[in-house]
Write a protein that binds this ligand. Structure first.
Ligand SMILES: Nc1nc2c(c(CN[C@H]3C=C[C@H](O)[C@@H]3O)cn2[C@@H]2O[C@H](COP(=O)(O)O)[C@@H](O)[C@H]2O)c(=O)[nH]1
Length: 397
C-alpha cells in the first residue's frame, strides 16, 4: 500500500457505516468539552449567563434561521468555501514533488480525488483558523487579502489566501509540502498570506509551525493524508475530535482553570474541522458522523461578542472595561477561559430553549454557531457592532 492510500480496512468500516449497517462501535466516546464548559460556568465569577435573554434569543434566532432556511447548504453558499464537485482536478491539489496524481493515493481522475482534495483543503483551513483580529483602528488599514477582485479580511483572508496559493500552483494543502523545509519556508508563508495593506497576517511563524507539526503527524500515523485521519474516526464526530486532540499538539486546545486537576477542554479548531466536513459534505460521505450533535459551539472571539451584545452573556465590571478598552486578555487566563467556556454553555442553553419550544427544529450547536458567526459578521460589515470582541492572541482560535 503506497504511502498515501487510505487504509482498506478503515474504508470497509466506513462503507458498512454508510450503508447503515449496525455501528461496530456503539460506545462512542465523548469529547469532555460540554462537561468542562458546565464546570467553568458553575465556578465562573467574571462571566455569567442571563437566562431571560437566552430565552428571548432562542425565539429570535430560531425564527431567523427558519426564515433563511439555514442549513448545511449555507456553508457551501459562501463564495470561498470548497465545493467537492468543483474540486476535481483542481490545480494545486496534485501531490507535491511528483507534479501529478491526485491526493490520498487515488488514481488520477478517480472521482474521489475531488473529495480527497476537499478534505485536505478543510484540514489546512482549520489548522490555520485562528487569530485574525487586527489592532488597527482604521478598518482600511487592517491586513487584507486581494482575491477574485475582492478584499478579504479576517477568517476569509485566510481562506482566500489558500485559494490564491493553489491558483498560483503552490501545494499549500499538501502535507509533503508542509514538511519540505526548503520549499515551505517563512518567506513562502509571507508570500502565500501576503496582505494588500502594510499590515501582515498575525502569527505567520506559528502558522508555519502548525503546518510542520501536522505534516509530521500525518506522515507518522495517517499515510500523509487527513483523509486517513477522518476514516480512523469510523464515523464518530467525538472520536475524530479526540484523535485530533490526542495526536496533534496544535489542536490540543485545553487550559488549566483555577487549580482544577484536569485542564478544561475547549478544542475549538478540532471541533470546527469536524463541523466544516459535516457541513461541506451535507452529513454524507466524509461528512457522515452518527454523533454530530455532540459537537459544541466553537469558542472563538466572535460568538461571545454577539452573545454579549444580545445580553445573553455578561461580564464583571473589570472584565467589561478590559474588553471595551481593547486590552489584550492573556491566552489561558481565568478571564479568557471563563469567556470561552461560558459561551459554549450559553449556546447550549439557547439550543435547549429552541428544542423545547420547537421539538421538530432541525438545529444543533453547529448550525446555531455558524448562524451566530455569520450574523455578527453581517453586523460588522454594516457597522452595526454594539460591543467589541475580546482580544487574545493565540493559535487556539
Ligand atoms: N464560532 C465560530 N468561529 C468562527 C467561525 C468561522 C468561519 N466559519 C464559517 C463556516 C460556517 C460559517 O457560516 C462561517 O462561514 C471563523 N471563526 C473564528 O472567528 C474568528 C475570525 O473572526 P473574524 O476575524 O471576524 O473573521 C477566528 O477565531 C475564527 O477561528 C464560525 O463559523 N464559528
Amino acid at each position: 500500500m503506497s504511502d498515501d492510500e487510505a487504509d482498506p480496512e478503515l474504508l470497509e468500516l466506513l462503507r458498512q457505516h454508510l450503508q447503515g449497517k449496525p455501528n461496530l462501535r456503539n460506545d462512542d466516546p465523548d469529547t469532555g468539552v460540554l462537561e468542562d464548559a458546565r464546570y467553568v460556568y458553575d465556578n465562573a465569577i467574571d462571566v455569567a449567563v442571563q437566562m431571560r435573554a437566552c430565552k428571548d434569543a432562542a425565539a429570535v434566532l430560531h425564527a431567523q434561521m427558519r426564515a433563511k432556511e439555514y442549513s448545511t447548504a449555507s456553508w457551501g453558499a459562501h463564495e470561498l468555501h470548497p465545493d467537492p464537485a468543483a474540486m476535481q482536478g483542481s490545480n494545486g491539489f496534485r501531490r507535491h514533488g511528483d507534479g501529478g496524481g491526485a491526493d490520498a493515493g487515488e488514481d488520477e481522475g478517480d472521482e474521489e480525488s475531488g473529495d480527497a482534495a476537499t478534505v485536505a483543503f478543510i484540514f489546512t483551513m482549520d489548522l490555520l483558523n485562528f487569530s485574525f483580529w487586527s489592532a488597527r483602528k482604521e478598518p482600511e488599514r487592517r491586513f487584507a487579502v486581494e482575491y477574485r477582485g475582492k478584499r478579504w479580511t479576517g477568517y476569509w483572508s485566510m481562506v482566500a489566501a489558500l485559494r490564491r496559493a493553489l491558483d498560483e500552483g503552490i501545494p499549500i494543502t499538501d502535507s509533503h509540502f508542509w514538511q519540505d523545509e526548503e520549499a515551505c519556508t517563512l518567506e513562502v508563508m509571507k508570500h502565500v498570506f501576503r496582505s494588500c495593506t502594510d499590515e501582515e497576517m498575525p502569527l505567520l511563524a506559528e502558522r508555519l509551525a502548525c503546518l510542520r507539526e501536522a505534516g509530521q503527524v500525518l506522515y507518522e500515523k495517517y499515510h500523509c493524508h487527513p483523509l486517513n485521519l477522518v476514516l480512523a474516526a469510523n464515523g464518530s464526530a467525538a472520536g475524530l475530535v479526540n484523535l485530533l486532540a490526542e495526536d496533534f499538539a496544535c489542536f490540543r486546545d485545553e487550559h488549566p482553570f483555577e487549580g482544577r486537576k484536569r485542564p478544561v477542554r475547549i478544542l475549538k479548531r478540532a471541533q470546527i474541522f469536524v463541523a466544516d466536513l459535516w457541513a461541506c459534505f451535507h452529513g454524507a460521505g466524509y461528512g457522515a458522523f452518527r454523533d454530530i450533535d455532540k459537537i459544541t459551539m466553537f469558542a472563538d472571539y466572535r460568538v461571545p461578542q454577539i452573545l454579549n451584545s444580545m445580553g445573553c452573556l455578561y461580564y464583571s465590571p473589570p472584565l467589561e472595561t478590559a474588553i471595551r478598552t481593547g486590552r489584550e486578555i492573556p491566552s489561558g487566563s481565568s478571564w479568557e477561559v471563563q469567556l470561552r467556556a461560558c459561551s459554549i454553555w450559553c449556546v447550549e442553553l439557547i439550543l435547549k430553549e429552541i428544542r423545547q419550544s420547537h421539538p421538530d427544529a432541525r438545529v444543533n450547536a453547529i448550525l446555531l454557531d455558524f448562524f451566530l458567526y455569520d450574523t455578527i459578521k453581517e453586523m460588522e460589515a454594516t457597522g452595526k457592532e454594539t460591543v467589541p470582541h475580546h482580544r487574545t492572541r493565540s493559535i487556539w482560535y
